[in-house]
Design a protein around this ligand. Structure first.
Ligand SMILES: [Zn+2]
Length: 554
């Protein structure tokens, strides 16, 4: 499937005419363009140069959406000449006003709207992907089904490291070291538990966000977490200014660094062609919700270095509102989310193939590689890595937008009952779902690091100093940490120039001291460090939490 930006192959003269026409048409007919005093613009940047993120940051512009072939950028108007002066090529798509809502739309129709007269505007950004904006509350009436919608939040997103180089294939020694333990956890996934929870969720008849039945389903999930013995809470939010729903979060607190969290998530709301009456949503997404509940049941009995969050979100089908609400606050609070595993439709493998797609963006490719390295040996279904930032139609994308690493696990097949009253338990393959849960559970556990002996070191701090001489300047990094409580023979220090490794071990023998100096480093580069402890029997711990070299610089 080609995902190229549409105008890339147009000859120059045609392109000029196209832009002139597009400009005239949008000026005359677009309600957004009528706001001459609009303080900001939405830009499409098809060809991001290497220095783009610096130019955007300097101009106060943010990336709203990363697609395979272009970026959608929100920029204050005074920044436009500055961006142009820095050689950034862009097209202005719209001038947002306060009461206009923006959506990303996926539609397989040539014209996604029933009528051009409706109070919604759409511009094609990429193959089948449109930017739409509207002031109308009932704009969905004018969209030709089926479609996928994502509400865009224009100003809260940080600029992700867009179009970064694809990282090398990596090995994940510590995660793989826990292999037998992970296999033991995966073996506990019970198909009968998945069946019972999918059936219970289907029996709400509809879980369309805004209905009382959806709220009751949220209460059911909260009750299930508490029944398992976890601390859980409901987190209400408002969407599209007038509807209410809630996310449900349960946490298994980490033993070594509880502030670091691995998140498993799934949306529990559903939709269909008559969603107020009937939207059983067994595959979409009672299957993912049941997976999160089953992971909670099994993982709650174990102890991990880092916290595990089990998150069931709502209003995904309206435009990913629940996950955006959660990820927005996480970003504001500076939450340290190591990784997000989102499961959405994991129980309909189709006739021939048994493939679970593992979808990531470029920044999350390390996570997709780790997922497959850890989980593929445990399951027979095939795990297929897909790196495609345009696949933004589920909750993982709310985390991508805010700079977090996230994956979506999803069946690689077309479910003919998708968004219909016939999306029922009896159409599902629970054997396939069981394997999908086993794979995801093993990865969540590996990332959270099952407690090992000796304990992983804590309290690692780093600061760095650049010393310049006449001919060169070099960086020195100073590390210090707390001594383990139990007797250890020493510590190993590891470094990487990328967050999450792969790490290079710097110490030949375990270091007895609780400090380390790493010198002769490049001044313009950031470095990432972790530690392990080695006990008197020579057993090595899990990695400590990672630190960046300049984290404690003043
Ligand atoms: Zn879904």
């Amino acid at each position: 499937m080609s995902m190229q930006c549409q105008e890339r192959h147009m000859p120059l003269r045609k392109r000029i005419v196209f832009y002139l026409l597009a400009f005239l048409i949008s000026t005359v007919f677009s309600p957004a363009a009528a706001a001459a005093a609009a303080p900001a613009a939405l830009l499409k940047i098809a060809d991001p140069g290497p220095a783009l993120s610096r130019s955007l940051a300097a101009a106060g512009a943010v990336v709203v959406q990363e697609l395979n072939s272009c970026l959608l950028v929100y920029a204050p108007l005074p920044a436009l000449p500055r961006l142009r002066a820095q050689g950034v090529t862009f097209t202005v798509i719209a001038y947002p006003r306060d009461n206009v809502s923006f959506f990303l739309l996926y539609s397989e129709h040539d014209a996604p709207l029933f009528s051009r007269k409706g109070a919604i505007q759409c511009r094609l950004l990429e193959d089948r992907i449109w930017l739409c904006w509207t002031t109308a509350a009932d704009f969905r009436k004018n969209l030709a089904p089926p479609f996928r919608l994502k509400a865009l939040s224009l100003s809260s997103a940080p600029a992700p490291a867009a179009f970064a180089a694809v990282p090398d294939k990596e090995s994940y020694q510590i995660a793989l070291q826990a292999g037998p333990l992970l296999a033991g956890l995966a073996a506990q996934v019970a198909v009968e538990r998945l069946r019972a929870d999918i059936l219970a969720l289907q029996n709400f008849k509809t879980r369309f966000a805004s209905t009382p039945q959806c709220e009751a389903a949220g209460d059911f999930i909260l009750g299930r977490f508490r029944q398992i013995g976890l601390t859980a809470a409901s987190d209400p939010f408002t969407f599209e200014s007038r509807y209410q729903s809630k996310n449900i979060l349960a946490v298994i607190p980490g033993q070594v660094a509880p502030e670091l969290m691995v998140l498993a998530c799934a949306h529990y709301d559903s939709t269909g062609n008559n969603p107020l009456i009937s939207a059983p949503g067994a595959d979409d997404n009672a299957s993912g919700t049941a997976a999160v509940l089953e992971m909670a049941r099994i993982l709650a009995k174990e102890r991990f270095d880092f916290s595990i969050g089990l998150l069931c979100v709502s209003a995904e089908e309206w435009g990913l509102y629940g996950s955006a609400h959660y990820a927005d606050r996480a970003l504001r609070n500076g939450d340290k989310i190591i990784a997000v595993i989102n499961l959405d439709m994991i129980a309909y493998p189709g006739d021939r193939q048994r493939v679970l797609d593992v979808i990531g963006n470029r920044q999350s490719e390390w996570l997709a590689d780790l997922f497959i390295a850890v989980a593929q040996p445990l399951v027979e279904l095939r795990l297929a890595k897909v790196i495609n930032s345009s696949l933004s139609w589920s909750d993982h994308s709310s985390f991508w937008d805010r700079g977090y690493a996230a994956l979506c696990g999803i069946e690689n097949s077309i479910n003919p009952y998708y968004h219909r009253s016939s999306d029922m338990l009896d159409t599902l393959d629970l054997g396939f779902a069981t394997e999908a849960v086993q794979a995801s559970l093993a990865v969540v556990a590996a990332l959270a690091q099952p407690i090992s002996t000796p304990a992983a070191p804590i309290g690692l701090r780093a600061r760095s100093q650049v010393s310049a001489s006449l001919f060169s300047s070099l960086k020195t990094v100073y590390l210090e940490w707390q001594a383990n409580r139990e007797p250890v023979s020493g510590y190993h220090v590891f470094r990487s120039d990328k967050s999450h490794g792969p790490y290079l071990r710097l110490s030949e023998q375990p270091i007895v001291a609780t400090a380390f100096r790493d010198s002769l480093l490049l001044p313009g580069q950031n470095y990432y460090y972790v530690l392990t402890a080695v006990d008197e029997q020579g057993r090595e711990s899990n990695y400590s939490a990672e630190v960046r070299d300049d984290e404690n610089n003043r």
